[in-house]
Design a protein around this ligand. Structure first.
Ligand code: ADP
Ligand code: ZN
Ligand code: ZN
Length: 738
């Protein structure tokens, strides 16, 4: 039967049911009837206007069904179609479907992650080109020399006779908007969209070391398809060079490369390295871009016009027409964990995406997560190692300073200060690490013991000097710095403890002839701050860089030879079972910032506990050995990544309501001997931003059983009647379990 009757198609369309993801906290999709006044049938992956309660909202058609379990007469019809074509490619559609199921999150909130800002607002997809002009039919027909008396207009005409130009290019040639408007007024030219050029090529690369070559050959081997490679390479071993050379081969096949980085501050550095290596469109996708730029880049990725896409965690959901490889740099970094809305690990989602797209993925780190090391043990990931620093740089030496009984100036001991002094005298740069921003973490009354606490959180307010105020680092609420104690009116208020602002002042006083750069989320909040700082540091002039964990990420500071950890003790005692892993990663990463150029580096760690096993371990062994010990420890205790974990968290303005809600859920769960269920218990910080937080925790050695139980828990929670303003959500593989 070849001739399908048109009215037959319409009839099928009229009977169809459209299953849509809608913006509401529902675990289900909703069924809608076909639009009433339209012949066109909505396609999966397109946006539609649908009624929801009393509102009209943007839904996304996920599937077209021939029937529904519901009463057809109760269903509402789609109001209008927004797109003629799907906005999602099929691996992306599969990825988002998987994410909603795996993370047990409302699909309506998951699918919008695949859309650009303007698409989420219901606007059409952005044009991918730049605004420009070209000759219209009259302009093309114009004889040469026609405008010879108006010089600039004639120049513009000549340029356009050659090819269309973007407004940007024309401005560079000194042809102003006024000239363009003049020719447009004469009806000779018209505005148009200029696409980038389509040459995709790479330029010269470095000669790889033997280890790099082995990694590149393995990753690019023809058998490929989906393989997850863990590239474990010490800091400065040339992991980025491996990414670049693997990317070159992907680009040659005209396929796209998606590169995920832990934070925005790193994207300009990486962008520079990719732009100088490739003669192809390289774009960025992160929250620091203006919406219009993000819209355009998003569309370029979807069309396949962008060759290389550099982004932070949310870019893992960006559409890509021809994805050929994914890279997750600094894969152990906690910035890859999204902590509100859909709580996901961008690394884990990236691995799933590579699998669905049938392409290789590289997870790179000097300090791989225990999750990835475990996957190597289980033969799910393939391990590639870079054990030497590239380009002739040597590995830094390490030294512990026992600060018990030593006089300290803003946390700095004499041995550390003399190291700073001699480094600066040798015209080199110093990097000091202190993981607390602000001036001091606490304000205390010496007379009565009063402490400055946040009104909305179970937390203390930190003292800040620029501007002078008390600030909560959890909810960001602020208060005036009091002159006298609010409790006893005494005047002896003391700032206790140490923050970066305080140490900065002391360093400026002690080393007045050298610049001190402070790097924390307060000083680096502007868009280009990190970029500007990198440029200054690249001059190689002697200086001191003082910062929080922002410094430990992949930044490249070639002139730094001395690294000091001002207070390792603040990191030693953590309530989270991941505390030790994080401390090891942090100390290794900070240490790795030393001596990346051609000069040997030194790492100095200040502590009151020089004999603590972790400090000893960092001094005497390398990360790889220690991490594998920690993994065995987790195995003994049945904790992730060996055991699987999930949490149902809730928050409410009433402490007891939250606990009652969780108890009601617990009572309805079926018992399973493979699952340990703990709770309901209050979270470690029971009150945050005015809301009380509590949780139910699931733990099991059987991943499948755990996901089954978590799924049941989510559906029970979905059905339980909520009193007050309870909000709940699932946290699968929680990044923080306190
Ligand atoms: P990682 O990403 O592992 O920290 P990078 O890729 O940033 O390391 O490399 C560290 C330094 O070594 C960079 O300056 C880089 O240009 C240089 N480098 C990397 N590979 C080579 C190589 N094969 N030959 C010479 N220099 C190299
Ligand atoms: Zn007091
Ligand atoms: Zn607070």
């Amino acid at each position: 039967m070849t001739d399908v009757q048109p009215d037959h198609a319409t009839a099928t369309h009229a009977l169809a049911v459209y299953r849509c993801a809608v913006p509401a906290p529902l675990l289900t999709l909703l069924d809608y009837l076909p639009p009433l006044n339209s012949q066109a049938a909505p396609l999966p992956g397109t946006r539609v206007w649908v009624p929801l309660g009393r509102r009209t909202v943007i839904g996304i058609v996920i599937s077209v069904e021939s029937d529904t379990d519901l009463d057809r007469s109760k269903l509402k019809a789609i109001d209008a179609l927004l797109d003629a074509q799907s906005l999602f490619d099929s691996p992306q559609m599969a990825l988002l479907t998987w994410a909603a199921r795996y993370y047990l999150h409302p699909p309506g909130e998951v699918f919008v992650l695949g859309l650009s800002p303007r698409e989420r607002r219901g606007e059409p997809t952005a044009p991918t080109g730049k605004p420009g002009v070209k000759l219209n039919a009259r302009g093309i027909g114009l004889p040469a020399g026609a405008l010879s008396r108006a010089k600039k207009q004639a120049l513009l005409l000549t340029a356009l006779q050659h090819r269309p130009h973007s407004l940007e290019e024309l401005a560079d040639q000194g042809l102003s908007r006024a000239v363009i408007r003049a020719l447009a007024a004469k009806d000779l030219i018209e505005y148009c969209d200029i696409k980038g050029d389509h040459r995709w090529a790479s330029r010269d690369h470095l000669d790889p070391t033997e280890e790099q070559q082995r990694a590149i050959t393995t990753i690019n081997s023809k058998e490929s398809g989906f393989v997850c490679h863990l590239l474990e390479g010490i800091t400065g071993s040339g992991k980025t060079e491996v990414y670049l050379q693997c990317a070159a081969q992907v680009i040659e096949r005209e396929q796209q490369v998606l590169i995920l980085l832990p934070e925005i501050g790193l994207t300009p550095q990486m962008l520079g390295r990719f732009q100088s290596r490739f003669d192809a469109p390289v774009i960025m996708l992160h929250s620091g871009l203006a919406d219009s730029e993000r819209d355009r880049h998003w569309a370029m990725a979807r069309e396949g016009a962008a060759a290389i896409i550099l982004g932070t965690r949310s870019a893992v959901f960006a559409p890509c027409a021809r994805l050929g490889m994914i890279v997750v740099d600094e894969e152990h970094d906690h910035s890859f964990n999204q902590q509100d809305g859909l709580r996901y690990s961008a690394r884990d989602v990236a691995v799933k995406r590579a699998q669905l797209s049938g392409c290789p993925i590289i997870l790179g780190s000097a300090t791989p997560s225990l999750e990835s090391l475990r996957n190597v043990e289980e033969n799910r990931y393939r391990l590639l190692t870079l054990s030497e620093r590239a380009g002739g740089a040597s590995v830094p030496s390490k030294k512990v300073v026992d600060i018990r009984g030593l006089a300290l100036e803003a946390g700095l001991s004499q041995p550390l200060l003399s190291a700073v002094h001699s480094t600066l005298s040798a015209e080199k740069q110093v990097l000091l690490f202190l993981n607390r921003r602000g001036f001091a973490p606490t304000l205390l009354c010496h007379d009565c013991g009063w402490l400055s606490t946040c009104d909305h959180c179970d937390a203390r307010l930190a003292v800040h000097r620029k501007p002078t105020e008390l600030r909560c680092h959890h909810c960001n609420s602020k208060k005036f710095l009091p002159r006298s104690c609010p409790n006893c009116q005494g005047s002896r208020l003391v700032s206790t403890g140490l923050g970066t602002e305080q140490t900065e002042l002391t360093l400026q006083r002690l080393f007045p002839s050298f610049p001190v750069f402070r790097v924390d989320s307060d000083s680096m909040s502007s868009r280009h701050a990190m970029d500007n700082l990198s440029q200054q540091l690249d001059t190689g002039e002697p200086c001191i860089i003082l910062g929080t964990q922002m410094l430990t990420k992949g930044h490249h500071f070639p002139a730094v030879t001395t690294v000091g950890v001002i207070d390792a003790d603040g990191l030693l005692f953590s309530p989270d079972f991941r505390g030790e892993e994080r401390l090891l990663q942090l100390l290794t990463q900070v240490g790795g910032r030393a001596g990346r150029g051609h000069h040997a580096g030194e790492v100095i760690i200040q502590t009151h506990y020089p004999d603590h096993p972790l400090i000893q371990a960092v001094m005497n062994q390398d990360y790889g050995v220690l991490a594998r010990d920690l993994l065995n420890e987790r195995r003994r205790r049945g904790l992730p990544p060996v055991g699987a974990m999930a949490m149902l968290r809730c928050d409410s303005t009433d402490f007891n309501q939250g606990l009652a809600f969780l108890s009601a859920i617990k009572a309805q769960l079926s018992r399973d001997s493979a699952i340990v269920l703990i709770g309901p218990i209050p979270a470690a910080m029971a009150r945050r931003a005015g809301r009380y937080r509590a949780q139910l925790l699931l733990l099991s050695s059987d991943r499948r059983a755990l996901h089954h139980a978590a799924t049941q828990m989510a559906w029970v929670a979905d059905g339980v009647k909520k009193t007050g303003d309870i909000k709940w959500f699932m946290d699968i593989d929680p990044a923080d379990s306190a």
